[in-house]
Design a binder for this molecule. Structure first.
Ligand SMILES: NC(=O)c1ccc[n+]([C@@H]2O[C@H](COP(=O)([O-])OP(=O)(O)OC[C@H]3O[C@@H](n4cnc5c(N)ncnc54)[C@H](OP(=O)(O)O)[C@@H]3O)[C@@H](O)[C@H]2O)c1
Length: 320
């Protein structure tokens, strides 16, 4: 079968489409004929050896896919840690969900990582329940026009959250606004810490979805109101998160981690999340945002788009 193989840990140019042996399903797994793959920032990190738990190359890459389960003929979308960008993958049965009626393979491949991560971000921030104060929760979403970011805006709108979102580009922000983003912030033009402070009359937000790392963890903490939480779920800058302990003490604020790889192993967390997400899907309320579709043999181009931060929403690979 054709597969996208990482040949060394030297970055995206080390990817090549190669012929590989077909996978064999182990206990708890099932074979899926893959039609589309969803690209994640983690795929970029993987090419440089920066993603925890990844085996050494040569390695078939890809963490998310849509296709047809061979044993049942069922259309499924799935989540994996690697080996998804190939004509066939062996998938864990508990990491497969039925493709919603009317969704294309590309839309389905753009769903699992973004929507579960965004939903669990709200859950960890205590925002899947109504605010005790009766007022709307407030969240600051970094990379709001990206894969997880656009999912967070759609979910935030359904939860009635007041959303502040950052992006480098006016053009990207103009595409997110119609999804329900109330307060777009172009961080190339404005300091988001200042904007949040001004727009919230000095109060701050209840949570920040933070995936940049470096100084942004500390800056994001300073955007919080009392008892606020920075949900740290990535380090796209490549720098270790800096803490501002003073800001944490001053507001009883916290920084807490979120890692889907880990949470996905907990059915007691994933099943209620899917119940809510699938209910919204059946009401037509969630629409994965796809910024680009590339054939498998142009995968390196797709990786570079994401690496350079040029993508809007999800980048999808057409596998078959
Ligand atoms: N913990 C988890 O379980 C989990 C799950 C999914 C994703 N993540 C993390 O969430 C983040 C978003 O993932 P995604 O797949 O949805 O990607 P994405 O947001 O679609 O793409 C990355 C975006 O980040 C922004 N960005 C800011 N600084 C960047 C930099 N130094 N290099 C590249 N991009 C930069 C860019 O948007 P602007 O130009 O608009 O700033 C870019 O478009 C990543 O850090 C990823 O690792 C974590």
């Amino acid at each position: 079968m054709k597969a996208l193989v990482l040949t060394s840990l030297s970055g995206v140019d080390a990817l090549a489409v190669q012929n590989s042996p077909e996978p064999v399903a182990k206990a708890g797994q099932t074979i899926v004929r893959v039609l589309a793959g969803g690209m994640n920032f983690a795929d970029i990190m993987t090419t440089k050896g920066g993603y925890p738990g990844t085996p050494q190359p040569p390695l078939i890459v890809g963490r998310e896919f849509a296709g047809i389960e061979e044993s049942t003929g069922r259309r499924v979308m799935g989540y994996a840690q690697w080996a998804a960008f190939a004509e066939k993958t062996s998938a864990h049965s508990n990491m497969l969900w039925p493709i919603p009626d009317g969704w294309s393979d590309e839309q389905a491949a753009a769903f699992p990582v973004n929507y579960f991560t965004a939903y669990l971000g709200y859950w960890q921030a205590g925002m899947t329940l109504p605010a005790a104060t009766g007022k709307n929760h407030r969240v600051l979403i970094h990379a709001v026009a990206g894969g997880v970011g656009t999912a967070a805006v759609q979910i935030g709108q359904l939860l009635g959250v007041d959303m502040y979102g950052t992006s480098s580009s006016e053009e990207k922000l103009s595409r997110v606004k119609p999804l329900g983003l109330q307060h777009p912030i172009n961080y190339k033009q404005h300091d988001y810490e200042e904007v949040v402070k001004n727009l919230t009359h000095g109060e701050g937000v209840d949570a920040v979805f933070e995936m940049l790392g470096g100084e942004h963890t500390a800056k994001s903490t300073r955007c919080l109101r009392d008892f606020g939480r920075v949900i740290q779920y990535g380090t796209a800058t490549g720098k270790p998160p800096q803490l501002d302990l003073r800001a944490m003490y001053a507001k009883s604020a916290s920084v807490q981690g979120l890692w889907l790889t880990y949470l996905s192993q907990k059915p007691e967390i994933m099943e209620p999340a899917w119940r809510q997400l699938s209910a919204w899907i059946s009401e037509g309320k969630l629409t994965p945002q796809i910024g680009g579709v590339f054939p498998l043999d142009r995968a390196v181009e797709a990786y570079k788009l994401l690496q350079d931060g040029k993508n809007y929403g999800k980048v999808v690979l057409k596998i078959a």
